[in-house]
Design a protein around this ligand. Structure first.
Ligand code: SAM
Length: 525
């Protein structure tokens, strides 16, 4: 069966500063915020929109003609609106202003009206500076298009974008940042909250136009856009203190008839694009600089996915500290289904079956048994000395923030500063610790037995980690209230449990280090 024809994209947006300011005034006057829109159409319709269903929100708006309802229909739901209503809702911009920005066109005839060419979604967030909200323009989504996306589609803020934006480390005082593969510009905007100057790159001119338009719409200065693939738009030797990237990491079969969406697929085989980003970014990190990215990595017969990432880091021409967190692993079929549905092809159709076959063939060719998804944090140490090599699987339900990561990195740095070997142990034993406020303990007993068979520590925040501990470590964590140092606490616990204090110390200190880095324990001072 021949592949289905693919839709084409709308004309390019035109990021004009004066018109963007006018539109921002109109959106503000209409109260165009996520909270107000949610109040207007209710929580169920709001959730339905997130799942690509606009019907409940359209129904909830009924025939309301106030600016919030008109702009909500036009720009969030992608519905054509009568020209008179739109003109009344954007008095500063006017319909001709929206047309000039490339956000709408005017259609004549029986279906006459103002037709959206892009969506604009209010996007609320919380970071180290407090709460905020952006308006993010991007291409019409599947719900608005009523069908599959074009290959040059510029994505709005999806779940992965929000994850990386939330994970971004506080940027206070940092001069230069890079957002590689900026799309609608969400990471660049987030980076710009703490970083002086941001370079945002993309292979798509369309994406860069949206990024500039969004920067103007939100009154954010200091974002420079550059067109090109991967590191090509950078000067040789150009360096940044921060790099973020939600790269086009989706593994896609390289065969005719399988759409290659720019927004999610970088055109290489398997996980090679993520490998190139990981291996190539080190030379663009200033010494002491940090990079954060999302990625997929393949598990192949006889090769662990996290070991593949380890290999990419090792291949970098500069030394890099690495902290890699795998959040999820899918088998090849589940992975193929996820991304075929994401492209707007419905299960049960012949096209869906054809694409599944293409994906499974591609995986089989490389012996792929699964695909991991997660977060990669890289740090270029000021010297060649690498101190952080964490490759782990964390399946907790909670989502960490940049502040959580920063706390873990600070704990790691402090532990490194305490030194290694006996000196490091002595310094840690002299430290006073405190259990983090979000930690709770769960004890499981066999019926009728007094001693627990399992003791678990649960983290309420961060990554929602759960660790099993023995009675000695549970006692140490429980007694860590910022008063006595670790060493004396271990001695008291050894006496209580009638075990050798030296042996208990040797057993507990490595696990105390781990609990500090993972955020269960904190240094009290
Ligand atoms: C998953 S989207 C991320 C967009 C945005 N940064 C976010 O977090 O939502 C990946 C972006 O990478 C861009 N891209 C694709 N191939 C690229 C390449 N070879 N070099 C640079 N960017 C590329 C796409 O156009 C797209 O905008």
């Amino acid at each position: 069966m021949p592949p289905a024809p693919r839709p084409t994209v709308s004309p390019l947006p035109e990021p004009d500063a004066v018109r963007c300011r006018a539109l921002a005034d109109d959106l503000r006057a209409a109260g165009f915020t996520s909270e107000n829109l949610r109040a207007v159409w209710g929580p169920t319709a709001d959730t339905a929109i997130a799942r690509g269903l606009r019907g409940p929100a359209v129904a909830a708006l009924g025939d309301r003609t106030d600016p919030l309802a008109v702009l909500g229909r036009l720009f969030v739901l992608g519905v054509t609106e009568p020209a008179g209503r739109v003109a009344a809702s954007v008095p500063h911009t006017g319909i001709e202003g929206l047309v000039a920005l490339g956000l709408v066109d005017v259609i004549e005839g029986p279906d006459a009206g103002v037709r959206p060419l892009a969506i604009i979604r209010p996007q609320s967030f919380v970071d180290e500076h407090g709460e905020g909200e952006w308006w993010i323009a991007s291409d019409l989504d599947e719900a608005a298009l009523g069908g599959p996306l074009a290959e040059g589609h510029v994505l709005g803020v999806g779940g992965a974008s929000q994850t990386l934006a939330r994970l971004q480390l506080p940027g206070g005082g940092v001069e230069r940042g890079l957002d590689l593969g900026t799309g609608c510009g969400i990471q660049a905007l987030r980076l710009g909250r703490g970083v002086g100057r941001v370079v945002a790159t993309d292979i798509s001119e369309r994406a860069l136009r949206f990024t500039r338009l969004n920067a103007l719409l939100n009154g954010v200065d200091g974002i420079e856009t550059r067109l090109g693939s991967l590191f090509d738009p950078l000067e040789p030797g150009e360096q940044f203190e921060r790099i973020v990237s939600n790269p086009p990491f989706v593994i896609t079969p390289r065969v005719e008839g399988v759409p290659a969406y720019e927004y999610r697929d970088g055109g290489l085989v398997g996980d090679a694009l993520v490998a190139e980003v990981v291996t190539g970014l080190g030379v663009h990190l200033a010494p002491g600089g940090l990079a954060q990215l999302l990625g997929n990595w393949e598990y192949r017969e006889g090769e662990d996915g996290l070991d593949r990432v380890r290999g990419w880091v090792a291949d970098a021409p500069v030394a890099l500290d690495a902290w890699v967190i795998e959040r999820e692993r899918l088998d090849p079929l589940a992975y193929a289904e996820l991304w075929i549905r994401d492209g707007g092809t419905a299960p049960g159709t012949a096209e869906y079956a054809r694409l599944i076959e293409a994906w499974l063939d591609d995986f089989a060719r490389r012996g792929v048994t699964g695909v991991g998804f997660g977060y990669i944090l890289l740090h270029r140490p000021p010297s060649w000395r690498v101190t952080l090599e964490r490759y782990e699987r964390v399946r907790g339900a909670a989502e960490a923030s940049g502040a959580d990561l920063a706390a873990s990195l600070a704990a790691h740095a402090r532990l490194v500063s305490l030194g290694e070997g006996q000196a490091g142990d002595a310094a840690l034993a002299a430290s006073v610790l405190r259990v983090a406020p979000d930690v709770t303990e769960a004890r499981h007993h066999r019926p009728g037995e007094e001693a627990p068979t399992v003791i678990e520590l649960h983290q309420g925040g961060g990554f929602g980690r759960v660790v099993s501990v023995d009675p000695a470590l549970a006692a140490l964590v429980g007694a860590s209230d910022g008063d006595l140092a670790v060493g004396p606490l271990i001695e008291a616990i050894a006496e209580l449990l009638e075990v050798d204090a030296g042996e208990l110390r040797a057993d507990l200190l490595p696990r105390v280090r781990e609990l500090l880095v993972t955020g269960f324990l904190r240094f009290a001072d």
